[in-house]
Design a protein around this ligand. Structure first.
Ligand SMILES: *Cc1c(COP(=O)(O)O)cnc(C)c1O
Length: 424
């Protein structure tokens, strides 16, 4: 007899709410109302004499990452486009991307007219490996977009070695890794550019938003213009009534500017980030101690050089067979039903995702030829399949709870494992 909640039994967690996300208080409201009342809702509107919020946020976020430059943008997806355009990547070029990721890195490559070359990932971490990059590099390869996925960090040293050897650029997609560190240095600072998303689910939430960071003044100057219709900040102080943006036009841009209202929210949220990281890390330690006792289950591994991780989505890895031959989707549903909390397998690898369908848009017809498609996807993805089949994911907000919440997660996993046969 099974009493799994998914099959109509009593859930193992008693009715108790999970922590809310995003988090805000009167201070957030104050920042937002101040931005509202300033009547300057866009960086492209005349200044009241003080710097725009999107500029202030960019400066704060650069400081947070200990990097010289940051440009605020409207989405993480735009940040990727701006980074690629800053490197002047376009038609005829190839960019290597991992098969496990949100779809944005591949769409960004297509949007600049280049071809995404999709390669397999490490089965334990879901991240790009130096070997896969080396194998996929061709004379047309201009850059690699590495994604620090979920709650771990890709092998930064190994990847840098390969890209340096090949003489190509590295873009770090840190949309899931704000604040993570590799040998004491923030991720996003190891390549030519680092990109971030502040979409509300990410650990730094602004509703929608993004940023590009770089230590290279030339790339910064280009990125500024690429995000604001060829304009960049004036080099001199601008009096009230003037424009902080001047038409420069060294490189033709688009409008990817972050709203002042968003920047106001982000200025409130950024100082909270490290405290939230610390709390999540404490709770992750409790959870991991509980999982270790179960045997066969554990966290997504983090390389030893990554001294700080950022938990965006927490991943529980399990040894094949832990739940018999029950598919990971069904395991996730069963655990979710016990907890009253969303839990899922990783997103489908790109070669199986309906979100990666360039043939549905005429604009991509020039790159998405039969040859282009084969070059992009003509390989096997066993690492990704294995990662996906043996990982359970949940959103970081659960880690903002307490030790009792962590015990509930462990108990739910244990219950489902004990009764997995009833799920077949
Ligand atoms: C969320 C995300 C993005 C895109 O960010 P948006 O702000 O939603 O456009 C890019 N890359 C990765 C890995 C992401 O998780």
């Amino acid at each position: 007899m099974s009493d799994l909640a998914l099959l109509g039994g009593t859930p193992s967690r008693r009715q108790r709410p999970w922590p809310a996300w995003p988090q805000y208080d009167e201070r957030t409201e104050g920042e937002l109302i101040a931005a509202l009342r300033s009547r300057r809702w866009a960086v492209s509107w005349p200044t009241d004499g003080s710097p725009s919020r999107e500029r202030r946020f960019a400066e704060e976020f650069a400081r947070y990452n200990d990097v010289a430059h940051c440009v605020s943008v409207d989405h993480g997806s735009s940040a990727l486009v701006v980074a690629l355009e800053a490197l002047d990547i376009g038609p005829g070029d190839e960019v290597i991307v991992p098969v496990m990721t949100w779809v944005a890195p591949v769409t960004a490559v297509l949007r600049v007219g280049a071809l995404p070359v999709v390669v397999d990932v490490d089965p334990e971490t879901g991240c790009l490996t130096p070997e896969a990059i080396r194998e996929a590099t061709s004379a047309r390869t201009k850059a690699v977009i590495v994604v620090h996925l979920a709650c771990t960090v890709a092998d930064v040293d190994g990847i840098r070695e390969v890209v340096d050897e090949a003489g190509i650029s590295l873009i770090e997609d840190c949309a899931q890794a704000h604040g993570a560190q590799w040998r004491g240095r923030k991720v996003g600072t190891f390549g030519a550019l680092g990109v971030f998303s502040f979409q509300m689910g990410k650990v730094l939430a602004g509703g929608e938003g993004g940023a590009v960071i770089t230590s290279d003044p030339v790339l910064y100057r280009r990125a500024e213009q690429l995000r604001a219709d060829s304009r960049r900040y004036a080099d001199v102080d601008v009096p009230a009534g003037g424009s902080e943006l001047v038409e420069d036009g060294e490189v033709m841009g688009g409008n990817y500017c972050m709203s002042e209202l968003t920047a106001g929210v982000l200025l409130d949220q950024l100082p909270r980030l490290d405290q939230q990281h610390e709390h999540r890390e404490k709770m992750a330690a409790v959870l991991e101690a509980g999982l270790a006792e179960l045997g066969g289950l554990g966290p997504i591994p983090v390389p030893a050089e990554a001294d700080v991780r950022s938990v965006y989505e927490y991943g529980i890895r399990f040894r094949p067979g832990t739940f018999g031959s029950v598919p990971v989707e069904r395991v996730a549903d069963a655990v979710a039903a016990e907890l009253g909390m969303a839990l899922w397998p990783p997103d489908l690898p790109l070669h199986r995702s309906v979100m990666f369908h360039p043939h549905t848009k005429r604009r991509f017809a020039n790159v998405w030829t039969p040859e282009g498609r084969t070059r992009a996807l003509g390989r096997e993805y066993p690492g990704a399949e294995r990662y996906r089949d043996t990982t359970l994911i949940f959103h970081h907000q659960a880690l903002l709870g307490d030790a009792a919440d962590m015990a509930d997660i462990v108990a739910a996993v244990e219950k489902v494992r004990a009764q997995h046969e009833s799920l077949s």
